[in-house]
Design a protein around this ligand. Structure first.
Ligand code: ZN
Ligand code: FE
Length: 269
């Protein structure tokens, strides 16, 4: 990492549609946007904060994450980083596992992790932490949500479980910037599956209060997700017991079968 202290970066949440968050990473002058599904809200945020757009970063091909790209490119001649294995015609910098997205204007380097499952090419972006940068960041798109995970549109349960495992291995302090405000609904499911989890009970109270105040529950942290998110906890005896009591899982099931049963249960919850 080569960030210098004069490049102190912030992350701004730009709400769009019903429940999307578009993320603006900026240093007070230049900005990069993650998953601009809507250009108008980004153009307004850039104007309001006096920012120039320097790069677009995409996690996967869905329209609520890419729909604003063409319009933004009419205003800014900038690189579009995105997954090599999702078909997105606007991408100029195709990325996969172990690649680094360099946003020169921000002195920002984001490493790329392949996280197939929601789509077959979905990627996540990670900024390392450290003394200069502060807390590490994860832009997880529709893979890891606060309290949940994305639906399996193109990948298998085994792929998604492995992708989430890679994200869970990031440092505990990593801030998790996911793409939707689904938290309270995710936590309702989590509570049904693991009613005895004290950390989960505290999280429900805390995040419910945030929503009542009109505040985002995102970012969360990897530590909080590991303590409360059932899709990172599908090996826990209490969760396996809930799956069996509900008749969703046989007693000799593998961990991936447990993950698949959990994801299926959530689909119909
Ligand atoms: Zn999506
Ligand atoms: Fe989405």
């Amino acid at each position: 990492m080569t960030n210098s202290p004069e490049h102190a970066l912030s992350v701004l949440a730009v709400p769009a549609f019903n429940d999307n968050y578009l993320w603006l990473i900026h240093d007070g002058a230049n900005a990069a946007v993650v998953d601009p599904g809507d250009a108008d809200v980004i153009l307004a945020a850039l104007r309001a904060h006096g920012l120039t757009l320097s790069a677009i970063l995409l996690t996967h091909h869905h329209t609520d994450h890419t729909g604003g790209v063409a319009q933004l490119l009419q205003h800014f001649a900038i690189p579009v980083f995105g997954p090599r294995n999702d078909a997105i015609t606007a991408v100029t910098e195709p990325l996969g596992e172990n690649d680094v997205a360099e946003v020169a204007a921000l002195g920002l380097a984001l490493s790329v992790i392949d996280v197939p499952g929601h789509t077959k090419g979905h990627i996540a972006y990670v900024r390392d932490g450290g003394d200069i940068n502060g807390a590490p960041w994860l832009f997880s798109g529709d893979t890891l949500f606060a309290g949940g995970c994305g639906r399996l549109f193109e990948g298998t349960p085994g792929q998604m479980a492995e992708s989430l495992g890679k994200l869970a291995a990031l440092p505990d302090a990593t801030l998790v910037y996911c793409a939707h405000e689904y938290t309270l609904s995710n936590l309702r499911f989590a509570s049904a599956v693991e009613p005895g989890n004290e950390a989960l009970r505290e999280r429900v109270a805390h995040d419910t209060e945030k929503r009542q105040q009109g505040l985002p529950t995102v970012p969360s942290t990897i530590a909080l997700e590991k303590a409360t998110n059932p899709f990172l906890r599908y090996r826990e005896p209490a969760i396996l017991a809930s799956l069996k009591v509900a008749g969703k899982l046989s007693s000799d099931a593998s961990p991936v079968e447990a993950f698949a049963a959990l994801r299926m249960w959530k689909n119909n919850f």
